[in-house]
Design a protein around this ligand. Sequence first.
Ligand SMILES: [Fe+2]
Ligand SMILES: [Fe+2]
Length: 214
Amino acid sequence: MLTPEQARRWYPADDPVHGFDHVRRVYRMAERLARAEGADLEIVQAAALLHDAQDSLTGSEAQEGEKRSSHQLHSAEIAANALQAEGWSPERIAAVQHCIRAHRFRDESIAPQTLEAKVLFDADKLDAIGAIGVARALAFAISAGSPVYGRVSEGFLKTGKLERGETHSAYHEYLFKLVKLKDRLYTPAARSLAESRHALMVAFFERLAEEMEA
Ligand SMILES: [Fe+2]
Ligand SMILES: [Fe+2]
């Protein structure tokens, strides 16, 4: 049994976006969804505690981007080592690894196949919408030196690639990813929790755009 206290060492305490506070919230939400959906609680708990373990490593900005795009794979490796040390069976380690590999929204090549993987995906995405989601999106933009708002091109909306002269903002992240999350959730328990979080987030970003363009 892996505890949240043991997991603390894999995460920075001062990262408002992917630090231990995020992991602790995902852990609690994943437990709640696992109970509602009848998923294997121990698998879900371990997967939640380890799902962003790779993010704790720091490096140059280029390395950061590279690491984020594959952090689900590296975190799955960290998970295997940690759970082997705890005496877990290979089958249950593989189940946790699948949850972790399938949690990244931008990587559709590995979709959640098990109930436990769906629960982790949903718990992680619920932490990206609502008031917390707004706070994290703003924190991410500000810590990256990016603006909170910028006009979004048609091209970006279609492909996610910035046009010449366009700067990535928190509003871009909202339109490209956050606004779509509600409809990508798998479990009924998460879908029902997502409704009011989604509505609050949409109201915030629409108002932000309105005030910025006034
Ligand atoms: Fe992640
Ligand atoms: Fe996460």
